[in-house]
Design a protein around this ligand. Sequence first.
Ligand SMILES: Nc1nc2c(c(=O)[nH]1)N[C@@H](CN(C=O)c1ccc(C(=O)N[C@@H](CCC(=O)O)C(=O)O)cc1)CN2
Length: 162
Amino acid sequence: MASQSDHKATVIDGKFIAQTIRSEIAEEVRQLSEKYGKVPGLAVVIVGNRKDSQSYVGMKRKACAEVGIRSFDMNLPEQISEAELVSKVHELNENPDVHGILVQLPLPKHINEEKVLSEISLAKDVDGFHPLNIGKLAMKDREPLSNPALPRAVLNFYIEVE
Ligand SMILES: Nc1nc2c(c(=O)[nH]1)N[C@@H](CN(C=O)c1ccc(C(=O)N[C@@H](CCC(=O)O)C(=O)O)cc1)CN2
């Protein structure tokens, strides 16, 4: 039986691993653009002025820029209605240059988060927060969208290539 002393602690260098993954993604994005003329696009939607949310969103937009993913910034006012926000999500669903959508949480109290998240196209749900993606609803007559053949840069994006 293995004793505790048989196990050596390994220090994980998270910054190095993150940098390695980002470099790999940057290369995959470059190849995707070169081969198919398609640049992955991520829409980052933020509602209101919460400092923490703004900071997370800023980091996500910066990370996109670093690897060559085009980010579509949508900064919406705190007072936006649920119906208006859903309509913005629908616009992004229809935009062929937007391959991934994330809505920063939490949303203001007057907005039903689950309703908004359920309006994000399943194919563009980068957070995987859609009720179908988190398994709150059963998949009916649908093929799972995750395709292991897609490179990591587009794992959560769905880009149709000819
Ligand atoms: N659309 C989304 N909204 C929110 C998410 C999300 O994943 N998608 N998560 C949080 C906010 N958030 C990112 O947006 C986030 C919060 C906290 C952390 C985290 O790892 N915290 C660590 C500290 C990390 C560090 O210091 O480097 C911790 O708490 O231990 C990551 C992401 C809500 N909204």
